[in-house]
Each structure stands twice: as structure tokens, then as C-alpha cells.
Design a protein around this ligand. Sequence first.
Ligand code: HEM
Ligand SMILES: *[C@@H]1O[C@H](CO)[C@@H](O)[C@H](O)[C@H]1NC(C)=O
Ligand SMILES: *[C@@H]1O[C@H](CO)[C@@H](O)[C@H](O)[C@H]1NC(C)=O
Ligand SMILES: *[C@@H]1O[C@H](CO)[C@@H](O)[C@H](O)[C@H]1NC(C)=O
Ligand SMILES: *[C@@H]1O[C@H](CO)[C@@H](O)[C@H](O)[C@H]1NC(C)=O
Ligand SMILES: *[C@@H]1O[C@H](CO)[C@@H](O)[C@H](O)[C@H]1NC(C)=O
Length: 351
Amino acid sequence: MATGRLIRNYNLSHAIQGSDCGEVLIHLNMKMRVLLCVLLLGFLGVCHGGGLRKNFYKNSCPQAEDIIKSKTQQHVLANPDLPADLLRMHFHDCFVRGCDASVLLNSTATNTAERDAIPNLTLAGFEVIDDIKSEVEAKCPKTVSCADILTLATRDAVSVQFNKSMWEVLTGRRDGTVSKSSEALADIPRPSFNITVLKQRFAIKGLTLQDLVVLSGAHTIGDAHCILFSNRLYNFTGKGDQDPSLDATYAEFLKTKCKSPSDSTTTVEMDPDSSTKFNSDYYTNLLQNKGLFQSDAALLTQKKSADIAKKLVDKKIFFSEFAQSMKRLGAIEVLTGSAGEIRNKCWVVNS
Ligand code: HEM
Ligand SMILES: *[C@@H]1O[C@H](CO)[C@@H](O)[C@H](O)[C@H]1NC(C)=O
Ligand SMILES: *[C@@H]1O[C@H](CO)[C@@H](O)[C@H](O)[C@H]1NC(C)=O
Ligand SMILES: *[C@@H]1O[C@H](CO)[C@@H](O)[C@H](O)[C@H]1NC(C)=O
Ligand SMILES: *[C@@H]1O[C@H](CO)[C@@H](O)[C@H](O)[C@H]1NC(C)=O
Ligand SMILES: *[C@@H]1O[C@H](CO)[C@@H](O)[C@H](O)[C@H]1NC(C)=O
């Protein structure tokens, strides 16, 4: 029931853009805000990114988006893995306390931050955002949020191979001041999840089944550690068996890379042969039972999600759907107006 409500409210919030619930609700904690959004304001569609707009920095920092784009392009040329690093980082940011750059905060003496919750959350991304931020600060001090920089840089990094922007990014996000590893563990879906739990985790963030299937297509780029799926190869039910829903030939191939069930350091391409190319091969592979994680394979276990996956094999449809779902991802529980702050440095809150 709660799931249905969230999804309906969410769709409404797209029809009516407008005022800013971040400001009204600034003094309430996240759970209360989400609850209030759903119960009281949701029907008006004021939540979920209502405070974002196109080109928010037009007057305050007209060169911001260009700086971010050209810096990002430079970094991608030096590191072809960057689009995947940033895409995953942005997803994790948005799923924990909304897209507020909480993922970028360092741990402190008294707090373990989100970025230290997920083993090996790739480091390259952090340094790149810090580098872009310092360039933006030099031109427009204390103006452009780390949350917007991460959102724009993610879009720009994925877009490099196409030499055009692959989706629209609205701006006006502000930065959060809290980052807790415990929340990352609670909110971020795990690769072992089934379709029921995946749907729930996305619905809590106002995202639909369609968004789940479309955004899983992000696994068309990047790498994954063996340990996150090796149970499918070596010991699926504790009897030394393989996951029968995984293509047997592909499983044999994966075993040549992941040589033992406990290998925690080796990584493999998630989309073999085109792991740096953003395309719709993810769905082609998925439909051949070559999805890498159980969470990928789970998309085929219900007719509705399987039917969506079949449509997304068409690259044109995938790109257009991905653009829409990324906009929704980038609007999750954003801080706008006078909520949060504009961080001076992305890895530490302002003192
Ligand atoms: C549906 C639930 C999802 C699950 C369970 C999941 C899980 C994972 C896991 C376990 C990895 C491998 C991490 C590693 O070994 O270092 C990964 C990688 C990745 N994920 Fe997801 N993910 C999900 C959805 C998403 C979404 C929505 C996006 C972005 C829109 C995304 C983007 C990525 C990218 C780009 C990588 C590769 C990272 C890299 O190579 O640096 N994932 N994901
Ligand atoms: C905080 O993170 C930055 C990179 O984002 C790193 O350069 C710095 O060493 C970190 N500081 C601490 C105290 O861990
Ligand atoms: C990329 O697009 C810009 C304009 O949108 C154009 O000036 C430039 O030549 C293009 N670069 C390549 C490599 O196609
Ligand atoms: C999905 O996973 C949850 C949590 O582990 C479990 O309670 C549920 O029975 C599973 N559902 C299906 C259809 O396997
Ligand atoms: C498979 O899992 C079972 C139960 O968790 C465990 O007892 C066994 O040692 C595992 N086998 C291998 C080869 O890891
Ligand atoms: C992942 O982290 C572990 C422990 O911090 C480290 O030993 C390992 O080399 C890392 N692997 C990769 C691929 O970065």
C-alpha cells in the first residue's frame, strides 16, 4: 500500500513543479520529512525535486556548467573508468539522504561516513569532484554546491563518448551536513536482493519498477568485485552448486576470472567487451541469462519487469528512458532554498 502511494505521488510531482518542501521541512529529520511529503504534501506534488530548476547558476555563476563539463571531459580522457565511478557514486549519494553530496564527506574521529561503508567505493571519483570544485570555487566562491557538481559531472562523464549531453540536469541542490555509514548500508540495495526487495527500496525513494529496470542498465559500464557474485558460481545454496538462472557458459567464463569463492580483490567487467561503452548491451546480456548479480537476474523473475527489459534492448528507447529516470534519481529528497549549505570543500562540512 505504502509503495503504491509513493509511486502515485511521485508521478504527480512531475506534473506539477513548484514550491520547495526542503525549506518548509528543514527542521524535521529525514524520516519525518519523507513521511510528511507522502502524507500531507505529496498530493500537491511539491516534493521530490520541486525546488530544482534549469540553469540555477545562470546569474550567480554563469560559467559553472561549462567549467564542470570541460574539467570532467579532461578527467575522462585520462581515466576511461570515470563515467562508471561517478554514475555509481551519484546513485549512492541520491539513495542515502537524497542527492546532497553526503557520499563525498570524509569520516571524522567520531563518525564513520557513507564513503567508508561500501568497500572499495572507487576513489578516482572523489578526487575528480574535489578538483572540479576547486576550479569552480576559484571563479565563484561559495556558490555552487558539491551536490550539483556531482550530478552534472556524472551526466557530463557519461556523455563524453557521445559528444552531447545525454540527459538534462536541473540544478539548485544544496549540500547536506550528515553522512553515516549505517545509513548507506541500510538504503543501498545489495547485489543479492530479489525483485520484491529491489522494488521496495526504489519505491521508498519514489522510484518505480520502470526506473528500477531502466537504471539497472547503468551496469552497462564498470566493473564488479568477484566476491559480490561468486556465490552464484561456487556455492549458491550451500551445496557447492551454481545458480541455475545464470547461463552455464558465462558461469564457466566468470570462474576463469574469479578463481575462488573468497576472492575479494579481482574485478570483472559487468558488461563483457563493452564495459566502458554506454549502450544497451546490458539488456541483451541480461535476456541471455548473463546478468552478473542476482539483482540483475531478478529483473527477469517477473513478467512486468522482464517485459520492460525486452523493450530496453533498443538503444534509442534505453537512452530516452535513461534520461528520464536519471532526472528522477537526481531529484530524490534534494535540499533546496536555504536548507543545508554550500560546502566550501566537498569532503568536509563548513565549520
Ligand atoms: C538495482 C540495484 C543495484 C544494485 C544491487 C547494484 C549493485 C552494484 C554492485 C554490487 C556493484 C559492484 C561494486 C563493486 O564491486 O565495486 C555495482 C556497480 C555499479 N553500479 Fe550498481 N547497483 C544497483 C543499481 C545501480 C544504479 C541505479 C546505478 C546508476 C544509475 C548503478 C551504477 C553502477 C555502476 C556504474 C557500477 C560500476 C562502478 C565502477 O565500475 O566503478 N547501479 N552496482
Ligand atoms: C578527505 O578526503 C580527501 C579527498 O576527497 C583527501 O584528500 C583527504 O586526505 C581526506 N582527509 C582526511 C582527513 O581523511
Ligand atoms: C563535439 O561537438 C561540438 C559542438 O557541439 C563540436 O564543435 C565538436 O567538433 C564536436 N567534437 C567531435 C569530436 O565531434
Ligand atoms: C525476497 O527476499 C526477502 C528478503 O530476503 C524474502 O523475505 C522474500 O521471501 C523473497 N521473495 C521472493 C519472492 O523470493
Ligand atoms: C558452501 O556453503 C556451505 C554453507 O554455507 C559451507 O558449509 C561450505 O563450506 C561452502 N563450500 C564452499 C566450497 O565454499
Ligand atoms: C579493496 O579493498 C581491500 C581492503 O581495503 C584492498 O585490500 C583491495 O586491494 C581493494 N581492491 C581494489 C580492487 O581496490
